[in-house]
Design a protein around this ligand. Structure first.
Ligand SMILES: Nc1ncnc2c1ncn2[C@@H]1O[C@H](COP(=O)(O)OP(=O)(O)OP(=O)(O)O)[C@@H](O)[C@H]1O
Length: 733
């Protein structure tokens, strides 16, 4: 502020400006002199100058430096102009209207008077806003962890491509230390580390959002990064996949761990793209960074040509990567039907235990499971005996957008081929379609140094939000969060993580009364796929019971039998998600409010067993055996039933179309080519209402009821946000 006040004295040497005290005394004395009044009445320039000051965006911005925000500026500026009119001495009128001064000079001088006026008359409002601004000052998050700053830490960055031994070496350092913690991006990875350390004889606990396994005597812990305990002291901490600092939703968890862990040595593993960012964060923290560079153990080669005859050309050891659940099962079906080989599946919506079980089946030599079909979830964590990665496509459909798979992800996924611990000494990568291969080759050739993670994510801790809310006197959680995002001050190194899912939960729970701000914060932070109405209604139900001070029990029973179809399996995946949500909450609220945790855990385990069993039976090769030629959708080119099956149905059509494309074509015919696929993702609470509405408007429900998408006439789109939904292969933590 000092700077602003003194800057006001540059201008208008020609006529001396009265001081603030002189103007205030004149105003106090009961008004301006008659000359002042006369001049005020006569001089348009005087009024124009005052109006220009009051409406100037520059002045408005300058006022922010005085902590006069946009909300109160109009009021303060109007009161100030009124004050000037009351204190309009001839000297002041002359100064404002002097012909030799520019508008900017006059505004500068007026600003000095304005600053004094505001400080004297709006001190309380200014102090309040100053506090708010400081609460949301996210420019120096490393200062949020004073104990860590005083701990004398050292950062060791293990940088290299996939399959180069980074994690192995970091874990060696951790297991050899007296105490240690591993912070991983997935539950599955935390479980792998927990298992392997315990198997080696280094006792290790497991801590994820959903479970806590304490091993007596353990001095090491494997956890998911969000669960990192910043109050515990360690000799060595490992933070895996450090480039996820830049993840738009979860980046805050890596930033928090990197800045807040109390460990003498922080070993971070990643592809090297975050090195620059980590160096600059370390500089702020005054901590040294030591870099260990790694090279891949085995070569990785691109295979030209793709799969000439489609999935009939797969070979044992192949991992096909697709980006939607529906594609994964279509491919599994096609391969099993045409080749007679058995296929394992791995995708994010499967519980981690099931994914590990599928990986074990695939890795085990001598069984019939020689192939794997996976989503991008395969890119991290599992040790797999993959010879070749085959990309089904290099585009992902997210919401309404079709986007190229990012280069870092292509590298990470393709890098799974030819793992050191596997039997394959060279890894290969290719694409189903030959046309995608140049994109694949270019991605794999892109040097890691060219990919940089430029900013780290942040998300407010509850305490910060609470202080902010207290000052605003707001109690609607969604509005508080929105205002926080609006007012947050950030600088280049940091960004505020996306809040979509938290906001969605806030809207869903907005009518539940009886939740404290902290309760609401916890319910909204729970990892839950609220786009699914069943999960959304479960969250609503849990919060409502909790708010009514009733025990939050689960009225669920384990299914009697393993699922027999992909739909049946999806039902179980959803049930498992609800159980996971309940377990996550049960670890954060009192045990008596979420009772019988062990029973729910048991139910989840039973469900996982049934899913494992179901997956083994699912899509077993049908009687028509291998070698059948499958119909191919004339639009999307997905495989369908065997051609001979279609022929026996005396199908009059020479071409075949899959149910999705058929529905789309029917919708285009009925509603016009402009018809669109609608998904009500805005607020899961009104899902059923939208469904009813959409049906009433004649929308066509897609064949897969869980995909919750409808083709509707374009003019219906105004009633809800239209967006294409992809099946959830979602990321899990
Ligand atoms: N020195 C070693 N001795 C024995 N096995 C090793 C050694 N280094 C690495 N490995 C094995 O090689 C494989 C790849 O190592 P690691 O997982 O550490 O690689 P990474 O660079 O972290 O890869 P990613 O990022 O893909 O996980 C693992 O199976 C690991 O156990």
């Amino acid at each position: 502020m000092q700077k602003i006040l003194s800057s006001a004295t540059h201008a208008a040497e020609a006529v001396a400006w009265p001081t603030f005290d002189e103007v205030a005394a004149a105003a106090e004395a009961g008004g301006a002199s008659s000359k002042g009044r006369k001049q005020r009445a006569e001089s348009r320039k005087l009024e124009d100058s005052l109006a220009a000051f009051q409406n100037s965006p520059t002045v408005r911005d300058q006022a922010l430096a005085l902590y006069i925000n946009a909300q109160i500026f109009a009021e303060v500026a109007a009161a100030f102009v009124d004050f000037l009119r009351r204190g309009m001495t001839p000297a002041l009128a002359d100064a404002i209207t002097q012909p030799s001064a520019s508008q900017a000079q006059i505004q500068n001088n007026l600003f000095e008077l304005f600053a004094n006026f505001a400080l004297q008359n709006y001190g309380k409002e200014i102090a309040l806003y100053r506090e708010i601004v400081h609460t949301v000052d996210l420019t120096k998050p490393h200062l949020w962890y004073p104990t860590a700053r005083a701990f004398g830490r050292r950062i060791v960055y293990h940088a290299g491509p996939t399959n180069s031994g980074k994690t192995f070496n970091a874990l060696q350092a951790m297991s050899q230390a007296g105490t240690g913690v591993y912070c991983g991006p997935l539950r599955l990875l935390a479980m792998e580390v927990y298992d392997s350390l315990n198997a080696q004889g280094t006792l290790c606990n497991l801590l994820t959002g959903q479970e806590k396994r304490e091993v007596p005597g353990a001095r090491h812990t494997a956890c998911t990064v969000e669960m990192a305990n910043l109050n515990e002291e360690y000799d060595v901490a490992v933070i895996d996949e450090i480039q996820l600092l830049g993840d738009e939703s979860r980046g805050w968890a890596w930033t928090r761990a990197l800045q807040g862990l109390l460990a003498k040595e922080i070993h971070i593993c990643g592809d090297g793209s975050a090195l620059g960012l980590v160096r600059s964060m370390a500089k702020q923290m005054h901590e040294p960074v030591e870099v260990h560079n790694y090279n891949r153990f085995t070569p990785l080669e691109v295979q030209e040509g793709g799969l000439a005859r489609g999935y009939q050309d797969v070979q044992p050891g192949d991992c096909i990567v697709a980006f939607s659940r529906r594609d994964i099962y279509d491919i599994k079906h096609t391969i099993e039907a045409t080749t007679g080989q058995r296929v394992c599946v791995v995708y994010g919506a499967l519980p981690p235990e099931t994914r590990r079980q599928q990986a074990r089946l695939f890795n085990e030599p001598g069984n019939e499971y020689t192939l794997l079909v996976a989503s991008d979830a395969v890119g991290m964590g599992l040790n797999l005996n993959i010879r070749r990665v085959v990309f089904h496509t290099l585009h992902k459909t997210e919401g309404a957008q079709r986007r190229a798979v990012p280069v870092t992800q292509i590298k990470q996924i393709a890098g799974r081929a030819g793992r050191r611990s596997s039997e394959f000494k060279v890894g290969y990568a290719t694409c189903l379609n030959q046309g995608d291969i140049p994109q694949l080759a270019a991605a794999l050739e892109t040097p890691l140094a060219d990919l940089s993670t430029t900013a780290a994510g942040l998300f407010p801790e509850f305490g910060t939000l609470e202080a902010f809310a207290g000052q605003l006197l707001m109690d609607e959680f969604g509005a508080i969060l929105g205002k926080f995002a609006e007012d947050a001050r950030l600088e280049g190194t940091y960004f505020l993580c996306k809040q979509d899912s938290v906001m969605r939960a806030a809207r869903l729970l907005s009518r539940v009364e009886g939740l404290s701000l902290q309760d609401r914060f916890l319910f909204c932070m729970a990892p839950a796929n609220l786009r699914d109405p069943r999960v959304a209604s479960a969250l609503l139900h849990f919060a409502t019971r909790y708010a009514a001070r009733e025990a939050v029990t689960l009225d669920m029973h384990a299914p009697m039998a393993a699922p027999k179809s992909s739909d049946g399996l999806m039902e179980m995946e959803l049930t498992h998600q609800v159980l996971s949500l309940w377990l996550w909450l049960s670890h954060r609220f009192q045990k008596n409010v979420f009772p019988e945790q062990a029973t729910v855990q048991g139910l989840a385990t039973k469900l996982i067993d049934l899913m494992d069993e179901g997956l083994q039976g699912l899509c077993a090769p049908r009687a028509f055996g291998s070698g059948s030629t499958l119909a191919m959708c004339s639009k999307c080119r997905k495989a369908g039933p065997p051609l001979e099956d279609l022929q026996t149905q005396n199908s009059p059509h020479k071409t075949w179309m899959c149910p999705t494309c058929r529905t789309a074509a029917r919708a285009a015919h009925k509603h016009g080519p402009e018809s669109i696929l609608l998904e009500p993702d805005e607020n899961a609470a009104n899902y059923l209402q939208l469904w009813t509405l959409a049906r009433r408007h004649g929308a066509d429900l897609l064949s897969d009821k869980h995909e919750a998408a409808w083709w509707v006439p374009r003019d219906y789109a105004g009633e809800a946000r239209a967006q294409r939904r992809t099946a959830s292969v979602g990321a899990e933590r």
